[in-house]
Design a protein around this ligand. Structure first.
Ligand SMILES: [Zn+2]
Length: 447
C-alpha cells in the first residue's frame, strides 16, 4: 500500500515537472470586439438591409502565444468575424512587429466565419449598399477591431509562463456538405490543443471544426458567434479561467443542418463543446519541442472573361452584379486588370509530430482531406479562413461541378469569375512549400 502511494506521488511529481522539462511556455489574451458604437452592420448575408438590433453574446478576439525552450514564438489569433482582410492583418502585423518583434510568419490569424459578426471592410463590400458615412463608420469600427486584436496578443505575450501542451482528436457530426452532390465529402474531425499550467489547470483550449457559421440566417439581427460562439462559452463555463479559441476548418462547402434558430446554434455549440470535453477527458499526446513557422504566398488566376460581360452587368438590374462590374471595370481602366489574387499559406510545427496548416479563404473540405492523405504521419490540424478571406477556394472537383462555391460567389466577393483549373495545384504546391520549410515531405502526392 505504502509503496503504491509512493509510486503515485512520484508520478505526480514527474508530471508536475514536465513543463520544466519540455521548456514550453504559453500565454493567453482576449478582448471583446463587439463594436461599442452604433450602428453595427453584420456580415454574411447579402439580403440583410438593416443593422444589428442587439446581441445574443459578445464576439471576441483571442490570442494564444506559444514559446519553445529556445525562445522561438508563434501567436495564434482568432476572431469572431466572417473573415479578415489583408488591410487589417497588415496593420496588426506591423504593430506586433514593433511591439513584440514578431515576424509575419509567426502570426497566425483565423476567422470563425460567424455570419452574425461585424462587417470587416472592404470584404464583401459588393453586398453592402453603404452610404459614404456608413462606410466611414465601419472603417472606424475596424480600427477598434485591430486595436483589440493587438491587445489580445499583448496580454498573451505578457502572460507567457511554463505550460504543458497536448493534442487529441474528437468528432462532431452536425456539419453536412451543403452542395449535396453525388460526392459530398465532410470532415467531422475535432482536433483539440490543450494548454495547461504545470499544476494541471487548463489555461486554453484551442479546437477546430469545419462548418459554416450559418446556423443563424439573414433574418437574424443579433450579434453572436453562431455555434462556435456558443461552444466557446460552454467550454469556458466548464473550465473556469480557461480561454477557448475556435479555429475554423476547411468549411467552404460545409454547413449545419437543420438550422435557422438560436436553439439550433446553441445545440450545435453544445455538441461541439461536448466533443472537445471528451477529448480533454482522455489521455492526450504531449506536444513539445522546437517551434518552427513558415509562410508563403502564391497567386490564383481567374479564367479570362470578356469585358462585355461586365459592361452588360453594369446596365442590368442585379445590384450585386452591377457593383461587381464597377469594381472589375474600374480596375481595368486604372491599368491593373483583375487577373489573379494573392493566396497566403502558413504552417506551424511544434516538436516532431504536430503541424498546423493555415489556409486562407473559404476553402472547401477536399483540401483538408487531401492534405491529411499527403501528410499522414504528423498530427495535423488543417484550418481554413486564415489570414484573409478573399473568396471561396474550390477544389478542381468543385470547380468542374460549378455552382455557388465555384462561380456565383465570385459576384459577392467582387471578383471577375471562376479560377482556372490550376487553382488546386497552386494551393497544394504552396502547402508543399511551407511543409518542406518545416522539414515535412508528402508521402502520397500525385496519387
Ligand atoms: Zn461562407
Amino acid at each position: 500500500m505504502q509503496r503504491t502511494l509512493l509510486m503515485i506521488a512520484c508520478i505526480c511529481m514527474a508530471l508536475r515537472g514536465l513543463a520544466a522539462v519540455t521548456g514550453m511556455q504559453a500565454g493567453v489574451g482576449r478582448a471583446v470586439i463587439t463594436p461599442d458604437t452604433q450602428p453595427v452592420w453584420l456580415a454574411g448575408y447579402a439580403a440583410r438591409t438593416t443593422p444589428a438590433t442587439g446581441m445574443l453574446h459578445h464576439v471576441w478576439a483571442k490570442a494564444l502565444a506559444i514559446e519553445d525552450g529556445d525562445g522561438k514564438r508563434a501567436v495564434i489569433i482568432t476572431a469572431d468575424v466572417l473573415g479578415l482582410t489583408r488591410e487589417l492583418t497588415t496593420i496588426i502585423c506591423a504593430q506586433l512587429a514593433a511591439k513584440h518583434g514578431l515576424t509575419r510568419q509567426q502570426i497566425f490569424f483565423n476567422a470563425s466565419h460567424t455570419h452574425s459578426g461585424p462587417v470587416v471592410w472592404p470584404s464583401l463590400s459588393v453586398c453592402c449598399a453603404f452610404t459614404p458615412q456608413d462606410q466611414q463608420h465601419v472603417v472606424t469600427q475596424n480600427r477598434m477591431l485591430a486595436e483589440r486584436m493587438v491587445m489580445a496578443v499583448d496580454h498573451a505575450v505578457a502572460t507567457l509562463a511554463p505550460a504543458e501542451l497536448s493534442l487529441g482528436y474528437g468528432t462532431a457530426g452536425f456539419a453536412i456538405n451543403r452542395r449535396k452532390r453525388d460526392i459530398a465529402p465532410v470532415d467531422h474531425t475535432v482536433p483539440v490543443l490543450r494548454v495547461s499550467a504545470p499544476d494541471g489547470t487548463v489555461r486554453a483550449i484551442l479546437f477546430n471544426y469545419a462548418c459554416h457559421g450559418t446556423t443563424l440566417q439573414g433574418n437574424n439581427l443579433l450579434i453572436n458567434g453562431d455555434y462556435a460562439g456558443f461552444a466557446m462559452l460552454e467550454l469556458e463555463r466548464a473550465y473556469p479561467g480557461a480561454t477557448a479559441l475556435f479555429v475554423q476548418g476547411c468549411a467552404g462547402d460545409q454547413g449545419p443542418e437543420p438550422r435557422g434558430t438560436v436553439a439550433h446554434a446553441a445545440a450545435y455549440g453544445k455538441t461541439l463543446a461536448e466533443a472537445v470535453e471528451r477529448v480533454l477527458a482522455q489521455e492526450m499526446k504531449s506536444v513539445a519541442g522546437a517551434l518552427r513557422t513558415a509562410f508563403t504566398e502564391t497567386r490564383l488566376s481567374f479564367r479570362p472573361v470578356g469585358l462585355d460581360v461586365f459592361r452588360a452587368e453594369l446596365t442590368g438590374s442585379n445590384p450585386f452584379r452591377q457593383r461587381r462590374a464597377e469594381r472589375v471595370l474600374y480596375a481595368f481602366n486604372a491599368g491593373s486588370p483583375m487577373t489573379d489574387i494573392p493566396y497566403p499559406v502558413q504552417a506551424l510545427r511544434m516538436g516532431e509530430t504536430t503541424v498546423f496548416i493555415f489556409l486562407s479563404g473559404e476553402i472547401v473540405v477536399d483540401y483538408a482531406r487531401r492534405i491529411r492523405r499527403d501528410y499522414p504521419h504528423p498530427d495535423l490540424l488543417v484550418a481554413g479562413y486564415c489570414n484573409e478571406v478573399q473568396s471561396y477556394i474550390p477544389s478542381l472537383r468543385v470547380l468542374r461541378e460549378g455552382g455557388y462555391e465555384a462561380d456565383d460567389s465570385m459576384i459577392y466577393y467582387g471578383l471577375p469569375g471562376p479560377f482556372t483549373d490550376a487553382v488546386e495545384a497552386s494551393v497544394l504546391d504552396a502547402v508543399a512549400t511551407v511543409c518542406r520549410q518545416l522539414g515535412l515531405t508528402p508521402t502520397s502526392r500525385g496519387e
